[in-house]
Design a protein around this ligand. Structure first.
Ligand SMILES: Cc1ncc(COP(=O)(O)O)c(C=O)c1O
Length: 386
């Protein structure tokens, strides 16, 4: 089979399994609004949980940063790409989350990949919640270590794996708040078991940071733990993009020596670091936004319970509506789109086979009438089926 045949075959396999992915360019973005092919939609697929991507002071901070530093960093951090705004942001993040050090990365995907690539060696083992994000599982699979997955959010399942002997180091991996389930990890139990086995815990809190815990400090703060490695990302509640790893001083020094991404890749634009500093301030003072988000979540769940919709048990902004079959899920997403509601159908391999779902995400920027409309259309689709 040559290159063309192989690519064609793999594309056809995706199409026939109804898991072919497509993109649609959005012509204009407002707070939870989309314009696609000149049609307006209410957006229920964004991770901009606090609506900060449209925040005027954050936009102004980016503009001022660009005026002062230009639009690009011009080099990797080790060369000349590390600027004062990067340093200030790292210090502010470390201070906020109670860690000695924070290191910035261009994205959460990259942070997870480079973290594992730098830390993991042969004979080590990685024990990951089986629903951990693709960036973590992929990095674990590419590493020289053994990867074992424990049952989702089940510390006893982790314990069974920890009980087996390992001649190297153990890294336990979980998300704080799971991206496709919307539920929270039992972090203190996971940390306690990991520590008892002399392992380290890595928590990826991409979806918890900004929305959970006092001042939005995230899932770990809320559950009173401090993992050895905390990954936070800025593409969700921060409304921007990028990521940071929070860790001890020595680990940060190690990553600065051994993380290929920090050494060989262009640093994030300084203007982005300026905007992230403004976003951090808004998040720290963001109880109003978090309350607003909670109200929308309550409103949606109460309405969905009345309609007996098969929602997964989630009290977060991520409200998965389980459908099961891939084709049915696509059909439902299309029915919602025809009514001006944008919700993404999530299918394997992102989620296990037979558990395709609509991943409905709510934000503080949604109006109560947006939620009413979503419930009304879901109800009408349900009735049409009966
Ligand atoms: C749990 C989790 N980790 C990491 C990432 C990757 O983050 P980024 O979008 O910054 O690459 C995502 C992205 O969706 C995520 O959900």
């Amino acid at each position: 089979m040559n290159w063309h045949q192989r690519i064609k075959q793999r594309l056809q396999q995706r199409q026939s399994a109804n898991i072919y992915r497509t993109r649609q360019p959005n012509q204009a973005v407002g707070c939870c609004r989309l314009l696609i092919n000149n049609k307006k939609y209410i957006n229920f697929s964004s991770n901009d949980y606090l609506g900060l991507s449209q925040n005027k002071s954050i936009i102004a901070a980016w503009q001022q940063g660009a005026k002062r530093y230009g639009v690009g960093s011009g080099a990797s951090g080790h060369v000349t790409g590390y600027t004062l705004p990067h340093q200030q942001l790292e210090e502010q993040l470390a201070d906020w989350l109670g860690y000695p050090r924070a290191l910035l990365f261009i994205s959460g995907y990259v942070a997870n990949q480079t973290l594992l690539a730098a830390l993991i060696m042969a004979k080590d083992r990685i024990l990951a919640d089986r629903f951990s994000h693709a960036s973590l599982l992929e990095a674990a699979m590419h590493s020289p270590a053994q990867l074992r997955r424990f049952h989702h959010n089940q510390p006893d399942s982790l314990q069974k794996l920890l009980d087996k002997p390992c001649s190297g180091q153990t890294l336990v991996i979980t998300e704080g708040l799971f991206s496709m389930e919307g539920d929270s990890a039992p972090l203190s139990q996971l940390q306690q078991k990991t520590t008892a086995a002399a392992g380290w815990l890595l928590v990826d809190d991409a979806h918890g940071i900004g929305v959970r815990g006092e001042q939005g400090r995230g899932s770990c703060w809320q559950q009173g733990i401090q993992p050895e490695l905390l990954v936070i990302t800025f593409g969700k509640a921060f409304g921007l993009s990028g990521a940071a790893v929070l860790c001890q001083k020595e680990v940060a020094e190690y990553l600065l020596q051994f993380s290929g991404h920090l050494i060989y890749s262009t640093a994030m634009p300084p203007a982005q670091a300026c905007a992230l500093q403004a976003a951090l301030i808004r998040i720290q003072q963001g109880d109003d936004l978090r309350d607003q988000l909670q109200q929308r979540i309550k409103q949606f769940r109460a309405g969905a319970a009345n309609l007996r919709l098969p929602l997964l048990p989630s009290d977060s902004a991520i409200q998965p509506l389980l459908v099961g079959d891939n084709k049915q899920t696509l059909l439902l997403a299309n029915q919602l789109r025809s009514q001006g509601l944008w919700v993404t159908a999530i299918r394997p391999p992102t989620v296990p086979p037979g558990t395709a779902r609509l991943r409905i995400t709510l934000t503080a920027a949604h109006r109560a009438t947006d939620i009413d409309r979503l419930l009304e259309v879901l109800d009408a689709i349900n009735h049409a089926k009966c």
